[in-house]
Every structure is written in C-alpha cells, then in structure tokens.
Design a protein around this ligand. Structure first.
Ligand code: ADQ
Length: 463
C-alpha cells in the first residue's frame, strides 16, 4: 500500500483521540500506511522574531508511525493567506455571501506565497509512490505548485465547504485561476451532488471542459476525476464518548434542570454561514405563535468563538447578544429564560450528553458544506426515545438526511412551524425517522468516506 501524505491548514497529533472528526479519520488512514501529515505549525512570527514573507522553518516530529511536518509562517503571510484570502474572500464567496467578501485587496499574493512555500517544503519530503491528499479551500493551488516543481505523484483534493453556482464563482476576480488549479489534481472530491453539479456546469461553460464519461472532465490539457464524497462522523467513537463520565454527568445535569421543560439545542461555531440570527428569530416566532411553549421550550445555543479578528464575525456576535437579550426580555420569567446563549466552546466529551438530553436539535445553516453536528446529534440519541433533527435544506447533510424535518432557514415562520412539529412528534414517528437516519450515518461514516476517496484516487491514472 503506498504511503499516504495528508495536507491541511492545521495538523493534529493522531495520538490525541479527543480531536474528533477529520482528525480521527485521517489519523487512521495515516497510521495504516505510516504516513505523513503536513501543514501550518500554528506559529505566525513577527518580523522581530525572524518572520519573513515566503519563508518559514520546517519542523518534523514523529507521532507513533506518523510523521508530522509543519511549517511556520510570518505574520504578514498568515494574515493575507489565512485571514485575508481564505477567510475574507473564499469562505464568504463559497458560502454565497458575496456581500461579505473583500475582493479589493492584496490578499491573493499572500495566498499564493504560502501555497508556494508549502510546495517547496513538501516536495523534498515526498517519495515517488506517495499518494497525496490535500484538504480544503486554503490550499486549492497547492497541487499546481507541486506539479510546477516536478511532482508527478497522485494528488487528490477534498473541498470541505460548498462550491457555489457558476455565476457566484465568477464574481471572484481569480475564479478562472482557482478552477484551473483544480485540474492539477487527479481527483477532486465535494461534499454533495449539488456541489459536483456546480463544478460540472462551471467547467463546461467557463472552461469548455469536455465530460469524458462518468465523473471525468478534460480541460487545460489535463483530465480530472470529480465526485461527491459526503463526509461522515465516527459513529462508534461518538457513542463511546457518550458512555464516558463527562457525557453522562452533562446528561443528568441537563435532565434534572429541565425536568419539566423541553430542551432545544444549537451547537455551532459563531459563523455567519450557520444562520444563527435567523434561528433565534424562528424561536421567537415559536414562542409568539404557539404560547403553550412559553415557560417550557428552552433554547440552549452554544456558539464557539471563531475567526474573531475578521469584522463580519464581530458584527454577528453583537447581533446574537442583542437578539437573545430581546427574546429573554420579552418572554422570560423570574424562574425561566427562553434562550441560554453561550459564547464558548464546549468540551467535546460533553457534547453527546447535551445532544441526548435535548428533544430537538436546530441545525439551520444558510449554507454549509456538510454539518457534522447534525450527524452527531443522531448518533447520540436514545433509539427508544430519540430527539428530532430540524435541518436546513441548505446544509450538505440534507442530501443524505431526508428523514429530518427539512426547513428553509430564511423563512422563520415555517421554521417555527417545523420546530412546533418536532416538539409534538409522536414517539413511533420519532423512532422510525431516527432509525433510518442512524442507518445512513452508520453506513456512510467517516471511515467509509476516507476509504471511498482513497479508492477513487487510486483508480486515477496519476501524474
Ligand atoms: P465547520 O464549519 O467547523 O466545518 P461542523 O461540521 O458543523 O462545521 O462542525 C465540525 C465539528 O466541530 C463537529 O465535530 C462539532 O461537534 C464541532 N463543533 C462545532 N461547534 C462547536 C461548539 N460550539 N462546541 C464544541 N464543538 C463544536 C467544516 C464545514 C462543514 C463540514 C466540516 C467537515 O464548514 O460543513 O461538515 O468542515 O467537513
């Protein structure tokens, strides 16, 4: 079996099982082949500390049979590559938020510089038979940079966020350069069929790509295979976490506190793609239109701080504080607050307990690549008395999780109606929906995802 080299912006130590999600899946695949994980070290050095644009020290560390290879960045490169182009241009535009994208900038230079730096540092570490798997929007041009310095290995790319429709993509000034860069890969993986369709339409209309039979496109003198591989979770790992002390303690504490009430749960990063203000507005509608929920339905919204130095995130934070304050002010009682808004990360070990104690999960992003919280909520439920998932039709997960209550989060009234339906769903219906959802997240779990991707990559011609 060839050695796997995974590349992503951040690297995790595979021995740290608490990392969860992607780290678990990649670690397992890396351990099987004694692989290497390459990415940014997490250090951004000021000029006074020796940081220089386009330069960065490489660190090699052994974690069991997996090599961790990380590169430092200088502050200027970090800010333009990570905060600027990745999170100020690509993140909003790929989530259809052209209004929030900051195109007028020099960020592109830093983005290219870091991708070139990564290519220069990675290339000498590669062996001829390695299989390289590059992750996410920070690193779209990395394969093209590696090819430019002579790397002929098989290289795959997985986009964790959505790919927008052609005309939205076309608003990014460098759209043709970005999409051309995808043709340096042998395999490009997307979260959903919708994303794949956007890719197919774009390349056929803008790059005159020829479809070459199933999943293959030819343009810019190269053939790329493109497919949807919906990412999953490690269902067993999450269930195991649920049996742990912290999860059980959290479950007991929430059940005791809300014994006579119904708990609704939201768990997200505080990000404008997650539809948090719209969710609070739908919850407001629920209390306004269905007064029987007052003094009962309680929304626990945990929003982990994220990218706080990007302006749009600071605005969102104050909007959330204002909205939750307004709902509590209008409907709160001496002994009941309708919204518990917590702007902190919750320890992963507590998540299964929180999910299991909740009657309803509100996973209502305006756009999301997949959304793993939806899958974690399903995995944490008691099959005999499961909670109900209210899921945005604009999350990648909606393509798979059809038995959830699918909503349009922009439509706060029908979302409120769906929440009401969820709160009153008969046990038999909850059980049968949950059973189907659980089967789906089990059969397409995170191990299935990485195996399918790597199998498809191994079937490509390479180079
Ligand atoms: P994210 O946008 O970060 O990821 P998501 O998939 O919802 O979104 O969550 C990833 C992980 O973070 C989950 O394991 C979740 O439990 C955890 N998490 C989120 N909020 C948390 C909180 N407040 N406290 C503690 N843990 C929290 C990107 C894409 C997604 C895609 C993933 C994986 O935006 O669409 O599903 O990558 O590909």
């Amino acid at each position: 079996m060839p050695r796997l080299v995974a590349v992503s912006n951040r690297v995790a130590d595979p021995r740290n099982v608490a990392a969860g999600g992607l780290a678990v899946a990649l670690s397992e695949a890396l351990r099987q082949t004694g692989g290497m994980w390459f990415g940014w070290s997490g250090k951004a050095l000021d000029a006074s500390q020796g940081g220089t644009p386009g330069e960065g020290e490489l660190h090699l560390q052994q974690a069991g049979n997996v090599t961790l290879a990380t590169v430092d960045l200088c502050r200027e490169d970090h800010d333009s590559y990570y905060l600027g182009y990745s999170n100020g241009v690509l993140w909003p535009a790929f989530h259809y938020r052209l209004d929030l994208a900051d195109f007028d900038s020099n960020y592109l230079n830093g983005y290219r510089r870091v991708n070139q730096l990564f290519a220069r540092k990675l290339a000498p570490l590669l062996e001829p038979d390695d299989v390289i798997w590059i992750h996410d929007y920070h690193l779209i041009p990395l394969a093209a940079e590696l090819r430019a310095i002579g790397c002929g290995q098989r290289i795959g790319f997985f986009l964790h966020i959505p790919l927008p429709p052609r005309l939205i993509l076309a608003a990014i000034p460098q759209h043709d350069w970005l999409m051309r860069a995808l043709f340096a890969y042998d395999l490009v993986g997307f979260q959903s069929h919708t994303d794949l369709e956007h890719f197919s339409r774009y390349v056929q209309n803008e790059a005159f790509a020829e479809p070459m039979g199933e999943h293959r496109f030819r343009a810019f003198h190269r053939t790329v295979r493109a497919e949807a591989f919906p990412i999953g979770i490690d269902v067993d790992e999450f269930a195991e976490l649920g049996r742990g002390e912290e999860a059980r303690e959290t479950y007991e504490m929430m059940r005791a506190q809300y014994a006579s009430r119904r708990l609704l749960l939201g768990i997200d990063r505080l990000d404008y793609s997650k539809g948090l203000p719209q969710r609070l507005k739908a919850f407001y509608r629920l209390l306004a239109e269905y007064p029987e929920n007052r003094n009962s339905a309680t929304l626990v919204q945990i929003a982990a701080p994220s990218r706080e130095s990007v302006d749009a995130y600071a605005d969102l934070r104050s909007e959330m504080e204002q909205l939750s304050g307004a709902i509590n002010g209008e409907f709160g009682e001496l002994d009941w607050m309708p919204v518990r808004y917590i702007h902190r990360t919750t320890a992963r070990k507590r998540l299964p307990g929180l999910c299991r104690a909740s009657s309803v999960a509100l996973v209502t992003p305006l756009r999301d690549g997949m959304n793993l919280v939806a899958k974690e909520f399903i995995a944490a439920q008691d099959p005999e008395d499961p909670g109900v998932l209210v899921l945005s039709r604009f999350a990648g997960a909606a393509e798979q999780l059809k038995e959830a209550l699918l909503v349009n989060p922009y439509d706060t009234m029908t979302t409120a109606q769906a929440i009401q339906q969820a709160l009153h769903m008969p046990l038999a219906e909850r059980q049968s929906r949950h059973q189907k959802l659980l089967e789906r997240i089990r059969s397409q779990d995170v191990h299935w995802w990485s195996q399918e991707f790597l199998r498809a990559l191994s079937e490509t011609e390479g180079g």
